[in-house]
Design a protein around this ligand. Structure first.
Ligand code: ADP
Length: 592
């Protein structure tokens, strides 16, 4: 409360009035005392002055008589009015040369003077006039020596004033000053109230406005009511609030942009303060590191094994360091960089999930190795049979030469087959394969593939059946590509089912999809290989596949085609020996 401007103003005014009054009181009382002392000595001097020498000479002569004391008293009585003797506050005493009381205007108790032997009295005893008084004393006196013609001290006239008058006057003055002080205090209270209304009011409004701005309310502009300093301050405050609002809006928008960026970016971002404590982690970082990353988490828990935190902070701001780490199944690439200075900065970590990149790299290497291997085997065969034919120089029996030539032609066909499949895959990969969209009955496509494979199944003495639900809808897609997929699935079933086996084709619809399943009771696919049979060149039994003319690319091509149609192809759960492959395609086909 005492800190408010209003209170301070009141206190200042009160102090001002009080100190003014104290000064006046001190000045007045001192002046009154001095005046009284001066008047006292002027009165005495007027009687005993050199101009009035006759009076003093007469006193000396009278004092020399036998009844000198009475004579002196009579002369003093005659001049009592001039000396201001009032017999109450001021009296005279006639003393002998030793200072003993002879007579006077007042009697003495026990023959002692009220203030004893004063300094002035001592001076008079030494033959000089004692007329010194201080305003701090509670009396004033004068002692005049009366000397004979021979110069010996006859008696002393001692005039003593007890200053009751001046004390009463001072008391009166003090009372007046106290009353004036009271009135002054009341006036200062009133003035401080009015002043605070005039001065503190606008400041209070400004304070309230500043509090609203501090609370985030920038809408209410403060009215500028005067042109004085407060008015200028209010105007400046309004401008400041506007600039602050614009700056905050810009900062907010930047922050929103950054927040959205951090939220949706696929790379992880983790920031630590200069103590290594986590300050920010986006959802991608949490997912990649597989941790909740709460506030208690720190740099050392996560990345200390890659690069010590202190060394990170010591790095120059333009530098960064890279590292790679594993988190579960993921391979993560990390870019670590310090930000700002040592006191207020920290370390920023950007995490990139390189798992897919690494996997692709692995696949690429594996693919190149597979292609090389797949082509090298038939090439070796072609070369060795061709060399044998050349070295024999026509010595081989014709049927053997013909069988060698058949092998060479078969191996060349096989290579052509592989190269064609690779080309198809490459075109599908690069998106260069044209998909010819038409609307056609799903049933017709299945029945056409069924008929085309019936002969092959018959050759292997296999029972090939086809059961299609009624009212299969039209689908939109590339019919010949989809028939290629179906042919591959049914062809595999024929290839990997022993003679005399059973192959069943079934088809139907679900809510928004058509499906086709091809089940056989053939050799089946072991559990460990089920997830990989759609990989390029992957074959469960390489020898068997090659024997039957397989390249290991059929199902990967099928998967690419089905993917382009936004469908799915996979192995369905299968009871007993054999395999079931399920193909699903959307009815309402989206543009590809
Ligand atoms: P391939 O030309 O070797 O048949 P695919 O890509 O068509 O190549 O098939 C990949 C592998 O999946 C085959 O080598 C085979 O081991 C396995 N496979 C595919 N279909 C069947 C099936 N119906 N029964 C058993 N194994 C199958």
């Amino acid at each position: 409360m005492f800190r408010s401007l209003h209170m301070k103003l009141t206190m200042i005014l009160l102090l001002l009035i009080t100190s003014l009054m104290v000064v006046i009181a001190a000045f007045l009382t001192t002046s009154v005392s001095s005046f009284y002392i001066d008047t006292f000595y002027q009165q005495i001097n007027a009687v005993f002055s050199e101009e009035n020498e006759d009076f003093y000479s007469s006193l000396c002569r009278e004092a020399a008589q036998a009844d000198g004391a009475e004579r002196v008293q009579a002369m003093l009585e005659a001049n009592a009015g001039l000396l201001g003797i009032d017999y109450r506050t001021r009296n005279y005493y006639v003393l002998d040369s030793s200072g003993n009381y002879l007579n006077g205007s007042a009697t003495l108790e026990n023959g002692l003077l009220p203030h004893g032997t004063t300094a002035n009295l001592l001076i008079a005893q030494n033959g000089s006039v004692g007329d010194e008084s201080s305003i701090t004393d509670d009396y004033m006196d004068v002692a005049i020596p009366i000397v004979s013609e021979s110069g010996s001290l006859l008696s002393i006239i001692y005039i003593l004033d007890n200053r009751t008058t001046v004390s009463a006057l001072n008391d009166q003055l003090f009372l007046i000053i106290m009353q004036a002080l009271l009135v002054g205090l009341l006036i200062s209270l009133l003035l401080s109230f009015l002043l605070s209304k005039a001065m503190v009011g606008p400041i209070e409004k400004l304070t309230a406005g500043a509090e609203r701005v501090a609370a985030g309310d920038f809408d209410s502009e403060l009215p500028v009511e005067s042109t004085d300093e407060i008015g200028i301050l209010t105007g400046t405050f309004n401008e400041m609030a506007e600039v602050l609002q614009q700056t905050l809006a810009a900062v907010e928008s930047e922050r929103n942009k950054l927040d959205t960026l951090f939220l949706h970016m696929t790379d992880g971002v983790v920031a630590f303060d200069h103590d290594g404590q986590l300050i920010h982690a986006n959802p991608a970082a949490k997912e990649m590191l597989g941790q909740t990353l709460d506030e208690d988490c720190c740099y050392n828990d996560l990345f200390a094994h890659l690069f010590p935190f202190e060394q990170m902070l010591a790095l120059h701001r333009s530098n960064h360091t890279e590292a790679e780490m594993r988190a579960g199944d993921r391979i993560l690439e990390l870019y670590l960089a310090p930000f700002a200075d040592l006191e207020s900065g920290g370390v920023l970590t950007v995490i990139h999930d390189a798992t897919e990149q690494h996997r692709n790299e692995e696949r690429r290497k594996e693919f190149v190795a597979n292609v090389s291997h797949e082509l090298r085997t038939p090439l070796t065969n072609v070369r060795s049979y061709a060399e044998t034919l050349r070295d024999a120089e026509g010595d081989l029996p014709p049927d053997m030469s013909n069988s060698f030539l058949d092998i060479i032609i078969n191996e060349t066909d096989r290579m052509t087959h592989i190269v064609q499949d690779l080309l198809t895959l490459s075109r599908l990969d690069t998106g260069n394969t044209e998909i010819l969209l038409t609307r056609f009955p799903f049933r017709d496509a299945i029945e056409s593939v069924f008929r085309a494979n019936a002969m092959a199944a018959q050759r292997h003495n296999q029972e090939l059946t086809c059961h299609i639900e009624d009212e299969l809808p039209l689908i939109a897609g590339d019919r010949s590509r989809l028939e290629q997929v179906m042919t591959n699935i049914i062809g595999n079933a024929i290839k990997y089912t022993p003679n005399g086996g059973h192959i069943a084709i079934r088809a139907g619809t679900t809510e928004d999809r058509v499906w086709m399943e091809v089940s056989d009771d053939g050799i089946g696919i072991p559990e460990k290989d089920r997830s990989r049979i759609f990989d390029r060149f992957y074959r469960v039994d390489k020898a068997r596949s090659r024997e039957s003319g397989g390249t290991g690319l059929g199902l990967s091509i099928a998967k690419e085609i089905v993917d382009r149609h936004h469908g799915t192809i996979g192995l369905a759960p299968h009871e007993g020996p054999g395999t079931t492959v399920r193909l699903e395609l959307p009815i309402a086909q989206v543009v590809m």
